[in-house]
Design a protein around this ligand. Structure first.
Ligand SMILES: Nc1nc2c(c(=O)[nH]1)N[C@H]1C(S)=C(S)[C@@H](COP(=O)(O)O)O[C@H]1N2
Ligand SMILES: [Mo]
Length: 427
């Protein structure tokens, strides 16, 4: 093990106070190093993570014509994906005509390093820590599959999805992968309940945090080793609705999406859903890693000094199944289609504007609104005048929240929720 996480727990109370004073070490990373990286990293992305991987250019596998991104196993052809460093963003236009679920061949991939190949027969999940009543417990793949299975349709969405619109639409520079709207996918996940695993492992009443950790490579950002990807979950969420998934859309979980087993944390930002999970620490003290301290919190003038609380739920968004800059022919009717989703509640209504936001019409919904998933919608449009215009879609969820015109900025560009102005040209 690269560093001793039990040490983290032991010293955590002290570190919590140190943290407030800016002196804590977190999982082997000196906070001063993180802050230095932060200062240097605005262009490179949070902690330079976006720049840590190989160059963005894909390589063509000889003879197949299929493009493989660095570190991604499945083909990521340009008609389905836009490559961004070690990541592949789903082209929303490629979802047109597909069903409610995102097919695996077009589900976005967000890798801090690269996809590891893990044999299910050798895979083990170790559950350990001072938040268990007894010693560590190990689960094999077969033992996990023998537990009662649950199946749910849920989105996984990166906290930075739509980050690029802070810049292109609001003129704000932000750090991180410049996703447009395609860092989201909806799948049918099947797996064991994390609560069943934790109960069998003997979670104690004193447990407060549950820290799953990935088996992918340690993340090195600008020379600082952040360790393996890991982010604590409060025990209340861990015992509520979290799934240890081994199937995606009816198939064994593919390597790029965390196979053989990943966490799926309903409604929460994508980083919570740790892929290739290899161990879970159950702790009696709050845990800190770079992923809940300097990353995935809101920083900037509109947020509390020292940053907001660690991000949990996703926000509200809408996307057209259309390329940015698509061309329409005047007086010819076309069906505009798209999807809207919210981390807070089912989406109850979607309005569309085809004149840059002056007038709005209700779109027709094609799915029963459900928590944790998106709704597909459509509206026919017959453009009249030639020239450039913007298409807008605005969702309202069951909490009554509607997408705003502008999103409150934060330095790392998380949780963009504003209505996106989708540029098109009528000819
Ligand atoms: N082990 C591990 N888990 C991980 C990541 C990672 O790089 N390593 N990336 C996280 C992030 S930031 C997101 S948005 C989701 C993406 O899931 P996907 O690649 O299946 O779409 O996985 C999360 N889980
Ligand atoms: Mo993410």
């Amino acid at each position: 093990m690269p560093f001793d996480l039990s040490g983290e727990s032991r010293y955590d109370r002290a570190r919590l106070r140190q943290w407030a004073r800016g002196r804590a070490r977190t999982a082997g990373v000196d906070r001063r190093d993180l802050l230095k990286l932060f200062a240097a990293g605005a262009a490179a992305g949070p902690l330079g993570l976006a720049a840590a991987g190989p160059a963005a250019a894909g390589t063509t596998a000889a003879g197949t014509g299929a493009v493989a991104a660095p570190g991604i196993v499945k083909p990521v052809p340009p008609e389905l994906f836009t490559l961004r460093g070690t990541n592949a963003e789903t082209n929303f236009a490629a979802l047109r005509g597909t069903g409610h679920l995102t097919p695996v061949d077009r589900f976005f991939v967000r890798n801090h390093t690269s996809t590891p190949r893990i044999d299910a027969r050798e895979w083990r999940l170790r559950v350990w820590g001072d938040g268990l009543s007894d010693g560590p417990v190990e689960f094999s793949y077969d033992r996990l599959r023998a537990l009662p299975a649950v199946e749910r349709t849920l989105f996984i969405e990166c906290a930075g999805n739509a980050r690029n619109f802070y810049t292109t639409q609001q003129g704000q520079p932000v750090a991180g992968t410049p996703w447009t709207l395609g860092a989201i996918g909806v799948a049918r996940w099947r797996g064991a309940r994390l609560s069943d695993v934790l109960r069998r492992a003997g979670v104690a009443r004193t447990a407060v945090d549950v820290l799953p950790r990935g088996l992918d490579e340690e993340v090195v950002a600008s020379g600082v080793n952040l360790g393996r990807v890991r982010r604590p979950l409060p025990v209340a969420k861990a015992l509520d609705d979290v799934i240890l998934a081994y199937e995606m859309n009816g198939e064994p979980l593919p390597p790029d999406h965390g196979g053989p087993v990943r966490m799926v944390v309903p409604d929460w930002i994508g980083i919570s859903s740790i892929k290739w999970v290899g161990d879970i620490e159950v702790s009696g003290q709050p845990l800190y890693t770079p992923w809940n301290t300097d990353l995935y919190r809101m920083f900037g003038p509109d947020h509390p000094a020292g940053g907001g609380a660690p991000l949990t739920r996703q926000t509200l968004k809408s996307a057209f199944e259309l390329e940015l800059g698509a061309t329409f022919v005047a007086h010819r009717t076309r069906l505009l289609t798209g999807r809207s989703w919210s981390g807070a509640a089912p989406v109850l209504g979607v309005e569309v504007s085809t004149d840059g936001g002056l007038r709005w019409q209700p779109a027709r919904l094609h799915d029963t609104p459900r928590r944790g998933s998106w709704v597909r919608w459509s509206l026919p449009w017959t453009p009249r005048a030639a020239g450039p215009t913007a298409l807008l879609a605005r969702a309202t969820d069951a909490t009554g929240r509607t997408q705003p015109t502008t999103a409150v900025p934060n330095t790392e560009g998380y949780l963009f929720d504003a209505v996106v102005r989708h540029p098109v040209t009528v000819v």
